[in-house]
Design a protein around this ligand. Structure first.
Ligand SMILES: [Zn+2]
Length: 137
């Protein structure tokens, strides 16, 4: 006979004494429900970081695509350095913001991989913004 340690607040099944686990809200749950909750939390964390990083990555890609199109259609002399590039400036600010948000999100969840991705998105965004403002290159 195994002693019952409590009842799962998620599925209502009795839990063996010693097998009781607690959620972040200190609710007793069985190991099955604990694993399921843990997985769903982790999946949501990945999705949140992923969507913010993706917006930043797209914002970073826009000036690169326009640059590539411009190099094709416009003579290189026309696209001279020092000209204010509003697309690069705005895209860069958006990308830097999204990258920063990804870094903050990753820091709160201690996710090293997303910390690196967020930092890269933010750095590339700052580069676009600086270049778009005509301050460098
Ligand atoms: Zn359960």
């Amino acid at each position: 006979m195994e002693a019952v340690g409590g009842w799962c607040t998620d599925c209502g099944k009795p839990i063996r004494a010693g097998a009781v686990l607690y959620t972040a809200e200190a609710r007793p749950v069985c190991p099955m429900c604990f694993t399921r909750a843990d997985v769903s939390v982790r999946r949501r964390a990945v999705f949140e970081g992923w969507s913010t990083a993706l917006i930043g990555a797209i914002a970073n890609a826009i000036p690169l695509v326009i640059d590539a199109m411009g190099a094709w259609m416009v003579a290189p002399a026309v696209a001279s350095a020092g000209r204010r590039d509003w697309v690069a400036l705005v895209s860069g600010v958006v990308a830097a913001f999204c990258g920063g948000a990804t870094v903050l999100e990753a820091r709160s969840r201690i996710s090293g991989r997303w910390l690196v991705i967020g930092a890269l998105v933010a750095l590339l965004g700052v580069y676009h913004a600086v270049r778009g403002a005509g301050l460098a290159w």
